[in-house]
Write a protein of this length. Structure first.
Length: 538
């Protein structure tokens, strides 16, 4: 009898709880959490599916909405471009963040996307704090949420990378926080606040960065079980000659920047995100809040070790565990029906071109320094002058005045250079600024180049490499591509009003901000080019 009564009572409680959550869900989610994973290829979830636990990625896909045909419609490769695109619903041609840095013709210098020396760091070293979103030209989802609620909504962005935290937060967030590589503190600056909140100082006093970097990174599972991966790392300064598992982080650490290059950076940032939710009371009232979490570590690990490395597989197995822990927390703390979580990638990824070549797949490395030198020689031989003013991120900036003063047509020189560069092996397309402004490309690679072009910051000539090709300039490699391996990314929705569903139709990344604007009942960001994903709203 007691057992029967207990079962009935539990059933009643479950029904009552579900009904309460459904009632709340008819309004708006109390908290929206965006998890942005840098360089997470679309196929990562399926690739390691058999090794994931039940309540991380499998919970997101098994209980939520899976969008399987999501793409960036612009060239990607730089985290700042993708973060700005996600939160504004616009492409670089509109939001203005064309790369991590760009050449400014007026001052004849490179300008970093978020660098701002007018602000003062809070809680850390000077160099780590000089960032702001002033170069972002349009509003973000968070900005519109703050406007709509008269700042009653809290909008917080957190990342180990300052650029991603600053751009994700937008112009008027409650706060943006990032890691100081000199002190290991989570910091901010006077653009956002006068002083760090007490809870951030308390978090920093725990010295969790030290605790995570005093560890040895070794495989989570038996090394022999990593059959889908291989360790191809040759050497890297970050690990001081340690070329394979295990990595003694105490020996490798020079400063706290190492935390952004190992999977423990995911643990650290998750700890901080949970502290932000609790201490800022996110989702605890009827006014919706927004938390954006930028996971930079997977992208840095991919660039260091390769997308098919054991280290990369181990990182995603660990990320799966941290997702489970985070979802367990938000479900328990606020209730699944009150929180909407979306997970998206900042970009996809290209496999090591040398490995692809060995397998007989077209791929290669574009030597930028050599291409620039040959182009300079060509211009001197034909025109008697070197008209190249600057080269950066597959873009040529020219001396327009020098060209015209020498009696030549600027447009003719551009067309000549484009024809010369188009013959380089690995170059897929070359297009001049005047064509990008004059023509209205509806689709294809030129449309993607057009979406990436902002006249005051982009070059006079833009190059796009063939799929599978990457740029090398000196010792640095640059993964800028319009190939589907880079532009095709996962997008998952979980929590508030979501039902298990798979969407196969094409979705643009710019649609994320449009969809969330409808859910939160706020104006679209001022440059938004996306359209709401109807299936998520149903």
């Amino acid at each position: 009898m007691k057992k029967w009564f207990f079962l009935v009572f539990c059933t009643f409680c479950e029904v009552f709880q579900v009904n309460c959550q459904d009632k709340i869900s008819e309004k708006k989610p109390r908290l929206v959490v965006g998890i942005i994973v840098d360089q997470m290829r679309y196929d990562v979830i399926q690739r390691y599916w058999g090794r994931y636990e039940n309540n991380g990625f499998k919970r997101l896909t098994g209980e939520g909405i899976v969008c399987r045909n999501v793409h960036y419609s612009t060239m990607v490769g730089r985290p700042c471009v993708s973060y700005a695109t996600i939160v504004t619903g616009a492409n670089p041609a509109v939001h203005g963040i064309v790369s991590d840095d760009w050449y400014l013709r007026v001052s004849d210098k490179l300008v970093a996307a978020t660098r701002d020396t007018t602000v003062t760091v809070l809680g850390g070293s000077y160099g780590a704090g000089v960032h702001s979103p002033r170069n972002l030209l349009v509003t973000t989802l968070g900005d519109e949420l703050r406007f709509a609620t008269r700042n009653a909504s809290k909008v917080i962005a957190v990342s180990l990378d300052p650029v991603t935290a600053v751009l994700a937060g937008g112009h008027v967030p409650s706060a943006s926080f990032w890691l100081d590589p000199e002190t290991g503190n989570m910091i901010s600056n006077t653009y956002y606040m006068r002083a760090l909140p007490g809870w951030v100082n308390d978090f920093n006093r725990k010295r969790l960065a030290d605790a995570y970097l005093d560890r040895t990174w070794e495989p989570l599972l038996e090394p022999a079980s990593y059959t889908d991966s291989s360790s191809l790392m040759t050497d890297d300064y970050l690990f001081r000659g340690q070329k394979k598992f295990p990595y003694d982080l105490k020996k490798a650490r020079k400063n706290y920047s190492l935390l952004v290059n190992v999977p423990f950076g995911i643990n650290f940032l998750k700890d901080f995100a949970i502290s932000a939710i609790v201490n800022e009371q996110l989702g605890k009232d009827d006014v919706p809040d927004l938390l954006l979490i930028g996971l930079s570590s997977p992208g840095n690990i991919a660039r260091t070790f390769g997308l098919n490395s054991m280290e990369m597989e181990d990182t995603y197995l660990r990320l799966d565990k941290e997702l489970k822990h985070f979802l367990d927390f938000v479900d328990g703390y606020l209730g699944k029906g009150n929180v909407l979580v979306f997970l998206v990638s900042g970009q996809g990824g290209t496999y090591n071109p040398l490995l692809m070549q060995a397998m007989g797949i077209p791929a290669g490395i574009f030597n930028a320094n050599q291409a620039v030198a040959l182009t300079r020689s060509y211009l001197k031989a034909k025109y008697g002058y070197d008209f190249i003013r600057h080269y950066n991120n597959l873009q040529f900036y020219l001396h327009e005045n020098k060209i015209r003063e020498s009696g030549h047509s600027f447009e003719a020189v551009l067309a000549d250079m484009a024809g010369f560069l188009d013959d380089f092996t690995g170059v897929r397309s070359v297009i001049a600024w005047n064509d990008l402004l004059r023509e209205g490309y509806a689709e294809g690679i030129n449309r993607m180049l057009q979406n990436a072009f902002y006249p005051k910051r982009s070059g006079d000539l833009m190059l796009c490499l063939e799929p599978g090709w990457i740029e090398r300039r000196g010792d640095a490699y640059n993964y800028i591509s319009a190939g589907s391996s880079e532009t095709h990314v996962p997008l998952l929705w979980y929590g508030w009003k979501t039902k298990r569903k798979v969407i196969y139709r094409f979705i643009d990344v710019t649609d994320i901000a449009a969809t969330l604007s409808v859910i939160l009942d706020v104006s679209f960001p001022s440059g938004c080019q996306g359209t709401p994903i109807i299936e998520v709203l149903e």
